[in-house]
Design a protein around this ligand. Structure first.
Ligand SMILES: *Cc1c(COP(=O)(O)O)cnc(C)c1O
Length: 434
């Protein structure tokens, strides 16, 4: 199975120990299901791996953009991870979850003045400043509040992680961060050190997402540690924190490799410590920012099949009651997914088709070249695996389609909890003025 929390019993797909047909029956479709036990296990894997590799000062930060809702952020808090936020809305979610804001890091390449004020008012731990202009904006607003705001500087180490272009972010020409190569990073350090209301805590980089090659993190940390040593030599400034970003890949299809996170992090740990020794710099407190690899395999989406269209000599379509509104990732990046007929797991998958959504858009495709049993018909339940990251968080109301609910399940607690309720037509029209 593509994820280890998926099993089959009597021909029926089970997720996190629950019968998926029964979940679809009880809660309706489309339905996002999230396995709380899996989320917690992934959090613990990172916490232990970072502590083992870098010592007790290290902390994984969950990248909330992968999926953000109150009950999820509460789990992140209980598991002792820090949190990346990228907008006022994500800050509001963290506040509602009672998240300790001193462990929250505010990202984004363009924070408005209102965003900065809102974050400072609510005691954000760190700004991850993208560029010099933003350092000035934070400094000015922090001055008005009469505080010295901790910041990290987001730098681009100039690395191509060989992932999709849309999620590669560490190159010099990226819209994110300031480049080491062009001298802009050094200029930003000099400037930040001269300001009274920012406290430069260290540096950040994020080279990309869905990364399987551990060499990427080694190369990034080598460049970042080199930069830290250079800044010490130039300005007598020693960074206290080094944030290496997120990006470890997950398995969407059988051909995707399995990543051993503890082994990978251990490799980075050994390399970072050795490089620090070689450069005679103290080991900074390390941050990593996993998003996808915390929640992706904890998610499964269930749909009900509607029309099955056979176009003889051409192709076949299986339409479901959701689509790009709940999962836009195929439309955005051509992402791969594993699709299963949840109630017919013991039948042979001998029918090739495209699984498509219900939106008025030809690109509204969940997945192409899917193999399902040829008996697939109206009323069957389809399951799409590994949908916990960048699905609910990217959902829209295109075609005025209400968004599905998020159901949290736990075998350990023997619980099923609606974490986000299903939107209604009333919700869809709620903001319209008469
Ligand atoms: C998106 C992002 C992450 C998380 O990336 P994943 O691929 O989901 O692990 C971490 N840090 C930053 C700055 C990001 O933009």
């Amino acid at each position: 199975m593509i994820c280890d929390n998926l099993t089959v019993r009597d021909g029926i797909l089970q997720f996190g120990g629950k019968n998926t047909l029964e979940l679809a029956e009880r809660y309706g479709t489309p339905l996002y299901v999230m396995d709380e036990d899996k989320i917690r296990a992934n959090c613990r894997t990172y916490r232990t791996a970072l502590a083992d590799a870098f010592g007790p000062e290290a902390m994984p930060l969950y990248a909330g953009k992968a999926a953000s809702f109150t009950k999820l952020i509460r789990i992140i808090k209980e598991e002792g991870l820090g949190l990346d936020v990228v907008s006022g809305g994500e800050i509001a979610t963290a506040l509602r979850a009672g998240f300790p804001m001193e462990h929250a890091y505010f990202h984004s390449n363009n924070k408005t003045d209102a965003d900065i004020e809102y974050a400072i008012e609510n005691g954000i731990g760190y700004f991850v400043a993208d560029n010099r202009e933003e350092v000035d904006a934070v400094n000015a607003i922090a001055a008005r509040f009469g505080i010295r705001q901790k910041i990290l500087l987001r730098l681009t180490p100039g690395i191509d992680p060989h992932t999709y272009a849309a999620v590669a972010t560490g190159k010099v020409d990226s819209k994110f961060g300031s480049a080491i190569e062009t001298g802009q990073a050094e200029d930003m350090v000099r400037h930040a050190l001269s300001l009274a209301n920012v406290d430069l805590a260290g540096f950040h980089c994020h080279v990309g997402s869905q990364v399987f090659d551990s060499d990427v993190f080694l190369r990034a940390s080598e460049i970042m540690l080199g930069f830290i040593a250079q800044m010490r030599d130039r300005f007598g400034y020693t960074a206290r924190i080094l944030d290496l970003g997120g990006g470890y890949g997950v398995r969407y299809v059988e051909s995707d490799p399995v990543i051993d996170i503890p082994a990978n992090v251990a490799l980075v740990g050994a390399f970072v410590k050795e490089t620090c020794r070689a450069l005679s710099i103290p080991l900074p407190a390390i941050r990593m920012e996993p998003g996808r690899s915390i929640v992706a395999d904890a998610g499964l989406t269930l749909y009900t099949v509607g029309t099955v269209k056979r176009i003889p000599g051409y192709k076949n379509y299986v339409s479901v009651d959701g689509g790009m509104t709940d999962n836009p990732r195929f439309a955005l990046y051509g992402s791969s997914y594993t699709v299963m007929n949840a109630g017919k797991m013991d039948q042979i998958n001998d029918f090739s088709c495209s699984v498509v959504g219900r939106c008025c858009e030809s690109g509204d495709i969940i997945q192409e070249n899917v193999s399902l049993p040829s008996s697939v018909c109206r009323g069957d339940i389809l399951a799409v695996a590994t949908t916990g990251a960048y699905n609910y968080s990217m959902a829209s109301n295109y075609n005025r389609i209400p968004r599905p609910p998020v159901l949290l399940i736990s075998a350990e607690k023997n619980s099923e909890t609606v974490a986000v309720r299903r939107e209604t037509f009333r919700d869809v029209i709620a903001l319209d003025e008469d």
